[in-house]
Design a protein around this ligand. Structure first.
Ligand code: MG
Length: 222
């Protein structure tokens, strides 16, 4: 199969929190917020319309604990992310080198708060010029449509969340978008079931990357 483009989810596909979110809760606890409260606020913000970011999380905490030094806590959260809170999975570098060596384009399609998702991508030194940040309500099918328009089909879409793969499959047929479920130990979606059959992989290096014909690769991704 000659794929025209590789579309990858970010969280628990390309990156993972090295100690989960425990280290984040540890930071918040030093500001006098009980851990169970911090976890509850974090989960509520993740599921909200604005999505999780250092700013939306700290703002929500400040509503309950107005003595918090908000600018300092925001800096601490960003420092955690940039220092060692987030990492690339070990297979990412080899995978990207391999597809770039073949001249194959790739993109990141991630759902969440745009400012935070871009901060995460920067924190692990991945390029930010090929990123589509979509609303969790909307899903990823429209972003994939843009890639199809630019590069043609078939493209690969890889995600650790069965529901995201299903929503893409609702719109795009298997011969247009090949959907891969990546099983990462850190994924919170490991027990979730899917409505469609998706190919299952444990590493990005299992994705087929062969090129059997010369193709002109268009530059630019958006
Ligand atoms: Mg994910």
């Amino acid at each position: 199969m000659n794929y025209t483009c590789y579309a990858c989810d970010l969280d628990n596909t390309l990156t993972y929190f090295t100690r989960g979110t425990d280290a984040l809760i540890d930071i918040v606890a030093t500001y006098g917020v009980p851990r169970d409260v911090a976890v509850r606020v974090m989960n509520a913000v993740v599921d909200s319309d604005v999505g999780f970011s250092h700013k939306t999380f700290v703002a929500a905490l400040c509503k309950l604990h107005n003595q918090i030094n908000a600018p300092q806590l925001e800096r601490d959260v960003c420092g955690w992310l940039e220092h060692d809170g987030l990492a690339r999975y070990p297979d990412v570098d080899q995978f990207l080198i391999s597809i770039e060596a073949r001249g194959l384009p790739w993109a990141i399609i991630t759902a969440g708060n745009e400012e935070w998702q871009v901060k995460k991508i920067e924190a692990v030194n991945l390029p930010t010029d090929r990123v589509f940040v979509v609303s969790p309500m909307v899903g990823k099918a429209d972003a994939i449509k843009k890639l199809l328009k630019r590069f043609g089909s078939p493209i690969v879409f890889v995600d650790d969340r069965p529901a995201e793969l299903d929503r893409v499959r609702d719109v795009h047929e298997p011969d247009v978008v090949d959907t891969y479920l990546i099983e990462r130990p850190e994924s919170p979606h490991n027990m979730n079931l899917s409505r469609y059959e998706h190919k299952k992989i444990k590493s990005l290096l299992e994705l087929p990357t062969e090129v059997t014909e010369m193709r002109e690769i268009k530059q630019g991704i958006r």
